[in-house]
Design a protein around this ligand. Structure first.
Ligand SMILES: Nc1ncnc2c1ncn2[C@@H]1O[C@H](COP(=O)(O)OP(=O)(O)O)[C@@H](O)[C@H]1O
Ligand SMILES: [Mg+2]
Length: 239
């Protein structure tokens, strides 16, 4: 299913180009972090990759094929949890898979243990704190053993301690062999987690580089301005 090759990807609702011929190639290893100003289409890119909406042009190839050969999972910024127990939320996600009920329960128990929610498994998912909800969403995605995990701003509204727990889980998922493609607006998080940075602005990838290189020496003016906290309109203004 890798490399994932995106060529000339367009998304232009009502003629307004949001993704404007985006090219990108990513490998099957490590954590790739998508950065860019608000509203540049980071979430959109993940949704297009997850097949949740159609593009207006361009192509997405998965190791040369039109469809991914292996599983992918996506965790949204505001995870949608069922009004059921923590345990059932994970177990439900495994129903479509060819597993026996005993296997489903065993795998559910295993991932809940790993995200530190085993002791909450009988509680209603709606009773969880923000950090716990996000960990439950990660457990649910992890349980299906995805080859690619798409994470949209996984710690957007979390405090530092909850953020650290989520980052630990993301690293563990990567270590187990899943490719992680995630967005964040937390630059500290990007420096802690990213192997490579994909910098998006004006509907295209402006820069794709190893994280250490990107933060030490951003090559594109847009990325330099972004890292200096410049406002997006200023970038447009100066061009
Ligand atoms: N399904 C959609 N239909 C039309 N416009 C959309 C859709 N999804 C997102 N957009 C628009 O695309 C732009 C980029 O959105 P988004 O991907 O959420 O940005 P980011 O995640 O980088 O902040 C926004 O202007 C948003 O309103
Ligand atoms: Mg977004």
């Amino acid at each position: 299913m890798f490399p994932l090759q995106i060529a000339g990807l367009r998304f232009q609702p009502n003629g307004r180009a949001i993704l404007d011929g985006l090219d990108l190639e990513i490998s099957g290893e490590g954590i790739s972090v998508v950065l860019g100003p608000n509203g540049t289409g980071k979430t959109l890119l993940l949704r297009l990759l997850a097949g949740l909406l159609p593009a207006d042009g361009g192509s997405i190839r998965w190791g040369g094929a039109a469809q991914p050969a292996d599983r992918l999972a996506m965790v949204f910024q505001q995870p949608m949890l069922l009004r059921l127990s923590v345990f059932t939320n994970v177990e439900f996600a495994l129903r479509p898979q060819a597993l026996t009920a005993a296997e489903r329960r065993a795998r559910t128990a295993e991932v809940l243990e790993r995200v530190g929610l085993a002791h909450r498994q009988r509680d209603g998912a709606r009773l969880l704190s923000g950090g716990e909800r996000q960990r439950l969403a990660l457990a649910r995605a992890w349980a299906v053993r995805p080859r690619l995990l798409l994470l949209d701003e996984p710690t957007a509204s979390l405090d530092p301690s909850a953020t650290e727990q989520v980052e630990r889980i993301i690293r563990e998922i990567r270590t187990e062999g899943a490719k992680v493609l995630m967005t964040t607006h937390n630059l500290g998080q990007a420096t802690r987690l990213a192997d490579d940075i994909i910098f998006l602005a004006d509907g295209r990838v402006q820069e794709h580089a190893a994280a250490t290189r990107f933060f030490a020496q951003p090559q594109s003016p847009a990325a330099r301005a972004f890292l200096q906290g410049e406002l997006p309109w200023r970038i447009a203004f100066e061009r």
